[in-house]
Design a binder for this molecule. Structure first.
Ligand code: GUN
Length: 284
């Protein structure tokens, strides 16, 4: 039986660490602040945004919520971001994605100051990540590195296979594993012999968005299997990209869905907000 990687309790530990540091800053009269912007009322986005606000409340981070109507013009959104960029009392700016179709997501992300880009989506943050300079790391892949480290799964020298090449997960995940001295392969929908490729992995990260696609046939015995999927099965029950019941007897370690990678994303967002405030205090 595989070791179950408990993302919920690891995320709780990280939020407690952040909470302690936020408290220490507060005793020096410093408040950490995250501005959260949602445009329109996409139901899934509302759930994510509420969870982010809850995590802020728990850790003592002040959250400023901007809920803009669906029909808001792009210029109005850019002007709000520019105002928040200038505000000394705002450490992080998060624009919940996806945005309504009439908006240019790239232009919006590029308007957020890299100093406040706690999602790590700005091209400058992505570039810094690629060349090993300091910048905010995207929360989901950074959370996966934390999950591995805090579960005593070493990365250096390991065969790492990432299935999926999105800008938010797959690509930055590959770079972060490389930074930790893993030997990294990125596989995707056009990869020939996906099973054979996946089966090489000591660490297999799956972010493809297809319910239960990864069965034991894709998994090397003893591998650590990290499931980024958030899907629905045939009974509309939440599940991952990995067929958990099928893989658990083969993997050495595995993340459940829910309760694996999901909670880590928000914990790392809190960590990034704290780090932004600490950089502001240090004047960098
Ligand atoms: N939409 C889905 N995931 C995310 C995320 O991590 N950040 C933002 N801003 N939007 C998202």
């Amino acid at each position: 039986m595989a070791q179950i990687i408990d993302g919920k309790s690891i995320a709780a530990a990280i939020k407690d660490e952040v909470k302690r540091e936020v408290e220490a800053l507060s005793q020096k009269g410093i408040t950490v602040t995250l501005a959260v912007i949602q445009v329109g009322d996409n139901q899934a986005s509302t759930v994510y945004v509420n969870n982010k606000k809850k995590a802020c409340a728990y850790t003592g981070i002040r959250s400023l919520a901007y809920e803009l109507p669906e029909k808001t013009g792009q210029e109005e959104l850019l002007s709000l971001i520019q105002d928040l960029n200038k505000r000394e009392d705002v450490d992080g700016i998060l624009v919940q994605l996806p945005l309504p179709a009439h908006m240019d997501e790239d232009a919006v992300i590029r308007t957020i100051s890299p100093a406040k880009d706690v999602d790590g989506f700005h091209p400058e943050s992505v570039g810094a990540l690629c060349i090993g300079q300091s910048g905010f790391l995207p929360c989901t892949p950074a959370g996966i590195i934390e999950l591995l480290k805090r579960s005593d799964i070493s990365i250096a020298g390991k065969e790492c296979v990432v299935i999926g090449r999105s800008n938010i997960v797959g690509k930055p995940m590959a770079i972060l594993l490389l930074r930790e001295n893993g030997t990294v392969t990125v596989a995707h929908s056009q990869t020939a012999n996906l099973k054979e490729t996946a089966k090489r992995a000591d660490i297999l990260v799956v972010a493809i968005g297809k319910a239960k696609m990864i069965t034991r046939d894709y998994v090397k015995p003893g591998a650590a299997v990290i499931d980024v999927g958030m899907d629905r099965d045939e009974n509309n029950k939440l599940c991952g990209d990995v067929d958990y019941e099928d893989v658990i007897g083969t993997a050495g370690a595995i993340t459940p869905v829910p309760g694996g990678v999901g909670p880590m994303t928000i914990a790392m967002l809190m960590k990034n907000c704290l780090e932004s405030a600490q950089r502001r205090i240090r004047g960098i």
